[in-house]
Design a protein around this ligand. Structure first.
Ligand SMILES: *[C@@H]1O[C@H](CO)[C@@H](O)[C@H](O)[C@H]1NC(C)=O
Ligand SMILES: *[C@@H]1O[C@H](CO)[C@@H](O)[C@H](O)[C@H]1NC(C)=O
Ligand SMILES: *[C@@H]1O[C@H](CO)[C@@H](O)[C@H](O)[C@H]1NC(C)=O
Ligand SMILES: *[C@@H]1O[C@H](CO)[C@@H](O)[C@H](O)[C@H]1NC(C)=O
Ligand SMILES: *[C@@H]1O[C@H](CO)[C@@H](O)[C@H](O)[C@H]1NC(C)=O
Ligand SMILES: *[C@@H]1O[C@H](CO)[C@@H](O)[C@H](O)[C@H]1NC(C)=O
Ligand SMILES: *[C@@H]1O[C@H](CO)[C@@H](O)[C@H](O)[C@H]1NC(C)=O
Length: 604
């Protein structure tokens, strides 16, 4: 311990933001010798932004993310969130469970928010606690969940953190009037200071603490950028709170940037004909005033991300000065994606379209290939299992996701050997809220289930809405999801999927989605094995074999084994969800499709 007495001196020098010289580096190495840091057990730093897109090109405007993460790490270009809104997505991320198993399906009570996280029991069973049990120190700063407020933050406090400094409602999304709450202390207002700058200092301070401890650590840095700015005069739990949702606010030093930048004018941007399904199909064409505002909203997002980019640079300066880079994984992701103008949508998320669900994931660290991009399919459900894997903790049986490999050789092997799930299960309940000034209505009936699946000869998005409308997009020929092959007006009935008529693929996808919608644990990880317990079908390609035509196209159909809603509900109400493969308790129940006690494929 004696050596550690010189630490404060070193810290005082290192934190002056000046370049660290070689002599200081040596000191750092000397102080934090590998055995002190338990070098077999790597550290993790996780940067989690809020509402950051991939498809609107936001990463192109972050030079330090490129320099430190993309150029030095692996970009997972087919990474997905499974519920495209903050709180459900974050709970999935921190528990490794799909939203239908957490039943945190909304940002607000009664279906979501921090109070529901607590009553569902997850404050006693989520990643930070599991990490602490495994001997890790855990640190968190920024936004944890919605409806984590200045009133309820200690009733009880979010468990599992060695130290924490949370953004709290009703000030979470107020870029210039944030309130943070440090573990064990009262909430503190930072009125007039720029939220991400405050957060950066807190993150660097927590990193210092983590390094001073003799344990391996997991540090999460969760800024709100590029989420919209929200002024609230109370939290959702107060009487008649007023919310004012505007474009994100940038730091003063970034206000002048990107003056000529506009939302990418892709084919699905404000199209001449309405697209999508359900309420999206009814949206009006946007006029020039509306588009100009949305371009402004877009620029404000990019500007707000500049402080995050600077934070990333500062973080790497410190990790390097502490000589931690060779033993630390640094991950960069977002809770969900974002759309502006695609399918005529106003700024927002909550849809199943690629802009909202395909999100950034960059991993830098020991063994991760540098400057490489992979299209292995991964999702937020897989992150907790992957963290377990990195840190050498045995997997939990109740994880709905599975660890994905991080080295290039293992990724390529997994993809070649069909040993990796090729689909993501996307689900949503309730409203979609428009952001910005031209759409402050809540769009009802935004309840749907979907599959995003990629394999040899197919690259599809299949969705079923609570109105029982269906969508199918062939993402190879229609990456912007403009031609719904299952719309009532579609003339594409001759379209082929993997060289076969689309109805063949749809029959398989119906059965897969039917299993997925109430899956738990291993059933979510290996849903095809529910349908084919002998293990001979692991992919859609396998299931498309003609020997299964009768099973999928006759038996499955006859048994009503498809997702069909009884009505649109704002939460996960079993009575709204139609027939179930197994009931939600995991017991054989509501409509377990068995015949005479035999498993499915015994009677095919
Ligand atoms: C480097 O840092 C050490 C320790 O703080 C200091 O003594 C030394 O003068 C510095 N060297 C240079 C070249 O700045
Ligand atoms: C990353 O790879 C691209 C080619 O794919 C190359 O042009 C670029 O120089 C590489 N960048 C770094 C930092 O190695
Ligand atoms: C900023 O937040 C504090 C509470 O943390 C509040 O008292 C104050 O009125 C807010 N200021 C503005 C300008 O909204
Ligand atoms: C917020 O403002 C509205 C409208 O002025 C008011 O009715 C409500 O009581 C306020 N809520 C809080 C928590 O201050
Ligand atoms: C443009 O569209 C917005 C949103 O529908 C509407 O409020 C506004 O009045 C329209 N402006 C013009 C000039 O038509
Ligand atoms: C929502 O769906 C229900 C049926 O579940 C229907 O009665 C209602 O009209 C729909 N609301 C809207 C706004 O479409
Ligand atoms: C999910 O939570 C809601 C609200 O508490 C409840 O009504 C519903 O029954 C729950 N769903 C399941 C499947 O437990």
């Amino acid at each position: 311990m004696k050596q550690f007495f010189i630490l404060p001196v070193f810290l005082a020098i290192a934190w002056t933001r000046t370049a660290i010289n070689e002599s200081q580096k040596f000191q750092a190495q000397h102080i934090f010798s590998p055995e002190k840091l338990d070098s077999d057990r790597p550290n993790i730093v996780f940067i989690l932004t809020d509402d950051q897109d991939v498809h609107l090109s936001s990463l192109d405007y972050m030079p330090f993310v490129k320099k430190h993460l993309l150029d030095q790490g692996t970009y997972f270009n087919k990474h997905y969130c499974t519920t495209a809104v903050c709180c459900p997505s974050r709970v999935t991320l921190w528990t490794g469970k799909a939203a239908h198993n957490t039943n945190i399906t909304d940002v607000n009570p009664p279906y979501g928010g921090y109070p529901k996280f607590v009553t569902q029991g997850f404050n006693k069973a989520y990643l930070p606690i599991w990490l602490q049990n495994a001997g890790y120190n855990t640190y968190y700063t920024g936004k944890l969940f919605n409806v984590h407020t200045v009133d309820n933050y200690n009733k009880p406090e979010a468990a599992g953190f060695t130290n924490s400094d949370f953004l709290l409602d009703p000030y979470t999304y107020n870029y210039l009037n944030s309130t943070f709450q440090r573990k064990g202390e009262e909430p503190k207002s930072y009125e007039g200071q720029y939220t991400t700058d405050v957060l950066a200092e807190k993150a660097f301070g927590l990193l210092d603490e983590a390094v001073q401890s003799e344990k391996p650590f997991f540090l999460t840095i969760a800024p709100i950028a590029p989420h919209g700015n929200i002024y609230m005069n109370g939290s959702i739990l107060d009487d008649n709170p007023v919310f004012e949702h505007t474009a994100p606010v940038s730091a003063e030093r970034h206000q002048h940037l990107f003056k000529d930048v506009k939302v990418p004018r892709t084919e699905n941007f404000n199209p001449d004909e309405a697209s999508g399904a359900n309420w999206i199909l009814t949206l009006p064409h946007q006029n020039a005033t509306n588009i100009a505002y949305n371009d402004h909203f877009y620029r404000q997002r990019l500007r707000s991300l500049q402080t995050v980019d600077e934070l990333v640079d500062g973080l790497f300066t410190r990790l390097e000065s502490y000589n931690l880079l060779s033993n630390t994984y640094i991950l960069y992701s977002s809770d969900n994606g974002f759309h502006i103008g695609q399918h005529r949508l106003q700024p927002g998320k909550s849809c199943g379209y690629e802009e909202d669900v395909n999100i950034p994931l960059i991993v830098r660290g020991p063994g991760a290939a540098k400057n490489w991009s992979t299209d292995i399919v991964t999702s937020h459900t897989d992150l907790a299992p992957t963290f377990f894997d990195i840190l050498g903790i045995a997997q939990r049986e109740d994880f709905d996701g599975s660890a994905f490999p991080l080295t290039r050789a293992e990724i390529e092997k997994a993809m070649a050997g069909k040993r990796r799930r090729e689909h993501v299960n996307v689900e949503y309940w309730g409203f979609a809220g428009g952001e910005g000034i031209f759409d402050d209505t809540l769009h009802e009936n935004n309840t749907y289930k979907a599959i995003r699946i990629l394999g040899p000869g197919y690259n599809l998005y299949y969705s079923i809405w609570c109105t029982n409308e269906h969508e199918l997009y062939d993402m190879d020929v229609d990456p912007e999801q403009m031609n719904n092959l299952l719309s009532s007006s579609s003339s594409s009935s001759e379209a082929l999927i993997a060289g076969l008529p689309i109805r063949k693929a749809v029959a398989r996808l119906d059965a897969l989605l039917f299993v997925m919608k109430s899956c738990k644990g291993v059933t979510c990880r290996k849903p095809w094995e529910e349908l084919h317990p002998n293990g001979e079908v692991l992919t859609l390609q396998d299931a498309l074999a003609t020997e299964y035509d009768h099973f999928y196209e006759v038996e499955v159909e006859q048994n009503g084994m498809k997702v069909e809603y009884n009505f649109c509900s704002n939460g996960y109400l079993v009575e709204a969800e139609g027939a179930m493969w197994k009931n939600v308790e995991g017991k054989e129940g509501i409509r377990m499709l068995k015949r005479g006690g035999l498993r499915w494929d015994a009677w095919v």
